[in-house]
Design a protein around this ligand. Structure first.
Ligand code: GYE
Length: 324
């Protein structure tokens, strides 16, 4: 009888140890699935943004990150959100291409109880309750920074002829940076925007737009360009047309993003003033996911810190110290 009790005891102990082992390995293997709908790969900024998300949501940290590249099309982003809900991901992250048109997809995620974090550009939703929170830049402030530099450094006793290259129309980045220039125009009667065109934030389209503009305008004092990729394209067009630009040239170049390529051009004096747009959202978004998992409440809006760089003061060591 005694032996039987001992055997049963041993058996129960083994079963309990096995159950504990199973529970522990399930816990260790618990993976958080995050669906990320990215705008595309249109610019260096965007690529740095995607990298930052990949790094933050690594497998080593217990994540499975599903990235869907929308190739700058909202229809693809909407399909991606619907797909993420059907797949029952734990969290959805969206970098929205435009501000409008998200209500229905977000409603579906809300009904499925999946938190949605918006990054980079903002959205105009029927209700702010349709998403959990937002992380990104203050685009109007970036534009105001650039316009303030123009007001201080490009004082014109006569008219200032400005060319304005815009990003993807309807995106918050375009809207904020454009509004700032329009406000500057309103305050400065000597400013004349002689041409305005969109280069959709890409180098190729920025070049094409600038080629068209250069054919029509012999005098240009300023190029206000809403990102570095388009500025690089526009500089190619100016090189080919034999027009001088930058600190020592005829056309002062104002740009946004402060990517490595953009800041290299700033260091070379080809871009006069470059306003940073910080793409490193990954760590912040990952922290938000961790906190949401613990049930902690988020602040609704988080603006990433940003700087601006004047070619007159920018140095090689500052460039070397940059993270992207
Ligand atoms: O400035 C541009 C990119 O939304 C902040 O999109 C982003 C903008 C960025 O393609 O380069």
């Amino acid at each position: 009888m005694k032996t039987l009790y001992i055997r049963m005891g041993t058996l129960l102990f083994c079963l309990a140890a096995y159950a504990l082992h199973e529970a522990r390995s399930a816990e260790a293997a618990e993976v958080t699935v995050v669906g990320f709908s990215q705008v595309g790969a249109e610019s260096d900024w965007r690529q740095a943004n995607t990298q930052s998300m990949r790094k933050a949501f690594s497998e080593a940290k217990g994540y499975k990150l599903i990235i869907k590249d929308a190739q700058q099309r909202q229809s693809r982003q909407l399909a991606a959100i619907h797909g993420f809900v059907d797949q029952k991901v734990g969290f959805i992250v969206v970098a929205p291409v435009t501000e409008d048109g998200w209500d229905e997809a977000l409603q579906k995620a809300k009904e499925a109880n999946i938190p949605v974090i918006i990054v980079d550009r903002k959205i105009k939703a029927r209700s702010e309750d349709l998403y959990t929170c937002w992380v990104g830049s203050d685009f109007r402030k970036e534009g105001d920074e650039a316009v303030a530099w123009m007001e201080k450094n490009l004082k014109a006793d006569k008219d200032l002829f400005i060319v304005h290259l815009q990003g993807s129309m309807g995106s918050s980045a375009q809207i904020g940076r454009t509004e700032a220039l329009l406000a500057g125009e309103g305050r400065n009667p000597a400013w004349r925007v002689v041409a305005r065109d969109s280069g959709a934030f890409t180098q190729a389209k920025g070049k094409e737009a600038m080629e068209r503009i250069l054919k029509q305008h012999t005098r240009i004092d300023v190029l206000y360009c809403e990102n570095d990729d388009m500025a690089l394209g526009a500089m190619e067009a100016m090189d080919e047309a034999g027009r001088s630009y930058g600190v020592k040239g005829d056309v002062a170049v104002i740009s946004f993003d402060a990517t490595r390529a953009g800041l290299t051009a700033t260091l070379q004096g080809k871009i006069n003033y470059n306003v940073e747009c910080n793409p490193l959202h990954g760590p912040r978004v990952e922290e938000i996911v961790r906190r949401l998992k613990k049930g902690e409440v988020q602040e609704k809006y988080f603006y990433v810190p940003e700087a601006a760089f004047d070619a007159a003061f920018f140095t090689q060591s500052e460039l070397d110290a940059r993270e992207y």
